[in-house]
Design a protein around this ligand. Structure first.
Ligand code: AHR
Length: 650
């Protein structure tokens, strides 16, 4: 295959007025529908260490000692040949009723040159950056007679380099909160480091909660990792669907997302079992989700628990379901209520008096798994209660058109329907040209609330086989993504919202449960997959009017929109073939086209991908296209995605 660099040059030069080439026609004279203003958004849940060990910036793993009832997981003793210490969980000395155990540290032998204590290795390492301030907060109490000092420090794994250190004194026999700042000097960034708390004399100390935060996005105290937030903001998302996904439902009813217990100070949050196989700290609580939306200027799409959990238990509609309906109404009040309401007051107490704007509420998640057939009744009960109290809110049913007709919600008309598509690139390429013909233009709006292309039809994202593949997808998958996004954009009059899933993956061994994922990271750095860049190319440039398109004799798929304010035409084209494709682009009915246009191009070999060590191996390039006129030829490289921005003189 031609090298991409030489191809880019020939692609920009290959504009001419050829006749016998395949044609992509755009009717710019007539809009066939309005593009939903909230078409591109994000979906999120705790999976693949998305929050804990991911976006949520907390660096201490098992900070409240609640991850494992039997052992202080992720904590270890620090000592040398001349010092001695032991650690154990101590449920007889809890910090409070929420954090029902503490960590007891007994240092039996120690001296100034021979400290002993406890270490936490974070989520696959503590990231150390140059000249950076880290906020330590910890709850501690001591045995009679010991008042300190404790030394807190970030230290290299081999113990040879101390990156930052501070002393804490004034311990008492009662619980007290201590806060200090650790500041690093000029260092080579590394994640091969641990957080240590040591004593230089014998003593007993209990820890109730130990927290370490690097600088966060917008400096929020319980905030989010800056590099990952920047990557999300760069996608220009219009909404955020949360908190799941399976994470909303939990394995059992009692494991559903416990929004009430995720509010307030972190020392009041016990966390809960995440269905993806680990304990969630609930540091990412309901308010953090909402503030995350605020920070991205995206609107929340709130999913409420609807009485079905993953291991198959469901709550019968009727009186049994009523407490869950009330729980959802209260949750909506927390989000939207003013400070005269009970839950609006609570939100103000938690630091956010301003209500959040909410338009959509999703009732459950993937309820087609509930084989009892109870969803129709459950949906109806939630629908009636939500509409009675919040008539302006739109309800989303999780029973998509991709599910058998017999299982659809019948007793109420949902405002919107959430459909999920995890398909191979080949399947997406096949289904995309005709996709959406099935939708009733007068029927419910469509939300494609989870979708992603994987490369190999034989390997499903949740299979053991998927675990052997790299965590993030290759360009081949991005081609499938782009074909499907073009289909959704062509039908953005009925498909009002769409979001890729899952969003994030911690790439360390053992961290992931699902592939492919859009953004990969370790403790130190992050990268976007080709799917990330394909999504970014689509989401950052979209008009508000859908234009009719037709492609003849070509495997190229595409879509076109127009920005009614500027007159700009935006064409998105996907060439999934191993050969270049010279395309005759016909623009009908456009006012004068500028002869110069901008093209954003993503291309390469199908197996090309990005990773921690090669984060920008596949990234879009911006090119200038000359010779644009109502009929012109544009040559698409093999395996490529292009966004053409054509200016018009109105
Ligand atoms: O995105 C991963 C999972 O796929 C979601 O949690 C669930 O809704 C779907 O089955």
């Amino acid at each position: 295959m031609k090298k991409i660099s030489t191809f880019l040059i020939s692609a920009t030069l290959a504009i001419s007025s050829l006749a016998a080439t395949p044609t992509f026609t755009v009717d710019a004279g007539q809009s066939v529908g309005k593009v939903s203003p909230r078409l591109y958004g994000l979906m999120t849940e705790e999976i693949n260490h998305c929050y804990d060990g991911g976006l949520y910036a907390e660096l201490i793993r098992n900070r409240a000692f609640m991850d494992d009832a039997n052992a202080p997981a992720h904590w270890s003793v620090v000592k040398d040949t001349s010092s001695a210490a032991t650690i154990a969980l101590d449920p007889t000395n809890p910090l409070n009723n929420n954090l029902t155990t503490s960590l007891r540290l007994d240092v039996t032998r120690a001296a100034k040159a021979n400290a002993a204590g406890v270490a936490n290795s974070g989520y696959w390492g503590i990231p150390v950056h140059s000249k950076t301030r880290y906020r330590v907060s910890l709850w501690a109490k001591a045995g009679a007679g010991f008042t300190g000092p404790l030394t807190v420090a970030i230290v290299s794994d081999d113990g040879k380099q101390v990156y930052a250190t501070q002393k804490i004194s004034g311990l008492t026999t009662g619980w007290k909160k201590f806060e200090v700042t650790l500041k690093t000097g000029t260092v080579a960034p590394t994640a091969r480091a641990r957080f240590l708390i040591t004593l230089d004399q014998p003593g007993t100390v209990w820890f109730g909660l130990v927290s370490l935060f690097p600088p966060t996005w917008n400096d929020r105290p319980n905030g989010l990792r800056k590099d990952l937030m920047q990557m999300l903001v760069d996608l220009n998302p219009k909404f955020l669907r949360f908190p799941g996904g399976n994470y909303l439902e939990g394995d059992r009813i009692e494991d559903r997302f416990p929004w009430q217990k995720t509010l307030g100070p972190i020392e009041d949050r016990p966390g809960h079992p995440c269905p993806w196989g680990y304990h969630s700290s609930d540091g990412m609580g309901l308010l953090e989700f909402l503030e995350w939306c605020e920070d991205m200027k995206a609107e929340p799409v709130l999913a409420v628990y609807a009485g079905y959990s993953l291991k198959g238990a469901h709550v019968n509609p009727g009186p049994d379901l009523e407490p869950f309906v009330q729980e959802a109404l209260e949750e909506i009040e927390y989000v939207t209520g003013d400070t005269n309401t009970t839950w609006g007051t609570q939100r103000a107490k938690n630091g956010h008096p301003e209500p959040f704007k909410l338009n959509y509420v999703e009732i459950g998640n993937e309820d087609w798994f509930d084989k009892s057939g109870s969803y129709d009744g459950r949906f109806a009960q939630f629908y009636d209660a939500i509409k009675a109290k919040y008539p302006q809110l739109k309800t989303i049913s999780t029973m998509g058109n991709d599910q058998p007709e017999t299982s659809h919600v019948k007793s109420r008309q949902p405002d919107m329907i959430d459909e999920h598509y995890y398909r191979s690139t080949d399947e997406f390429l096949k289904m995309s040209p005709d996709y959406a013909q099935k939708y009733d233009r007068h029927g419910p709006e469509i939300f494609v609330g989870e979708w992603a292309a994987h490369e190999d039809a034989a390997i499903k994202p949740w299979d053991a086989g998927a675990r052997k593949q790299p965590p993030t997808p290759s360009l081949k998958a991005a081609l499938g993504d782009a074909a499907f996004m073009a289909a959704m954009e062509r039908n953005a009059d009925v498909i009002k919202m769409q979001c890729y899933a899952p969003l994030f993956v911690n790439v360390n061994p053992g961290a992931r449960q699902w592939r492919p994922d859009m953004i990969g990271y370790d403790a130190l750095s992050a990268y976007g997959s080709p799917s990330y860049y394909a999504f970014q190319m689509f989401s950052r440039k979209v008009g508000d009017e859908i234009l009719a398109t037709a492609s003849l004799q070509t495997a190229v798929q595409g879509c076109a929109t127009r920005d009614s304010k500027t007159g700009e035409l935006i064409l998105k084209l996907v060439n999934p073939q191993p050969t270049e494709e010279s395309l005759n682009i016909e623009i009908k009915g456009a006012s004068a086209l500028d002869s110069k246009a901008e093209a954003v191009l993503l291309a390469g070999c199908p197996e090309d991908t990005n990773s921690i060590s090669r984060p920008r191996n596949v990234t879009p390039v911006t090119l200038t296209v000359r010779g644009v006129k109502p009929a012109f030829t544009y040559t698409l490289p093999p395996y490529s995605i292009v966004v053409l921005k054509l200016k018009t003189h109105q």
